[in-house]
Design a protein around this ligand. Sequence first.
Ligand SMILES: *Cc1c(COP(=O)(O)O)cnc(C)c1O
Length: 336
Amino acid sequence: MIIDLRSDTVTRPTKAMLEAMFAAEVGDDVFQDDPTVNALEAKSAALFGYESALYCPSGTMTNQIAIKVHTTPGDEVICDALSHIYLYEGGGMMSNSLVSATLLTGDYGRINAEQVRDSIKADDIHAPISRLVSLENTVNKGGGCYYDLAEIQQIKGVCEAHGLSLHLDGARLFNALVETGERPDQYGQVFDSISICLSKGLGAPVGSLLLGTKDFIKKARRVRKRFGGGWRQAGYLAAAGIYALDHHVDRLKEDHQRAKTIEGIVRRVPEVIDVLPVYTNIVIFQLAEGLLATDYVQKLNEKGIRCAPFGKDKVRMVTHLDFNDDHLTELEKRLV
Ligand SMILES: *Cc1c(COP(=O)(O)O)cnc(C)c1O
């Protein structure tokens, strides 16, 4: 038995999800006549209280499109130094949108309104134009922690006062929502755009959604085409997304419980000296002095446990739909 905790993207579609995919009615999405893609876009927009949505191949693409639409070359984006948009998108925002980034050091990746206010540049020809604030929820590199909605509302106030747009990289937003009990439309009210991944905890094989106003999504659709993301009978994949939104949201709580159990297990592992607080489905732990993450990950790999090095001396494990209680029992046996 291989225990794969590298990411929540490693899941395979369930039988019921595959059936929904096989049964999908499709068209050509570049002509906007794929009924299943249109249904997924309408459903997700309504869920978050937006006018419109755009279904894309990846969360990197939805983030990159959003940054492109919100900014013009020479602008700056304000975000946490741990942000996926900065660290893990191939330098995309700098090369696709020709923008610079002001990197703030937040609380495990969560920035606050005061930090944002203090980092907005004055209207001065020496400075880039502060144009966009981007938040991440949950924070991947912050161990899956999530924002307090009241803080986000404060940040929104600062953005409004200074004419900045506010984007959310919500790759794992549903993981936050099932913990806080907040509603998707409460998030729709504060962000100018949101990116949601269907291929993470929700268990779809492919796909992310970009949400926003009708005008924003119209521009986003053009950028998606330019980035090479115009796709054709994407309805087969969109059907998996619809299935995921209908059936795989509430169960995220199970992933969170198992991650909590893993936290307790890794605390008993001699090589581990610290574990980041576990809030959702991500467990990040620190290795004892002198140990390298790449070596330790290789050692676990030999025991049939797959996980990801996360910096020099940190390791990440992520729970998901294909990691059940049997895997958990087996993980404990192999680890300690
Ligand atoms: C996974 C992820 C993305 C998007 O990743 P893709 O693999 O391109 O779909 C964006 N932001 C965060 C925080 C992520 O974890």
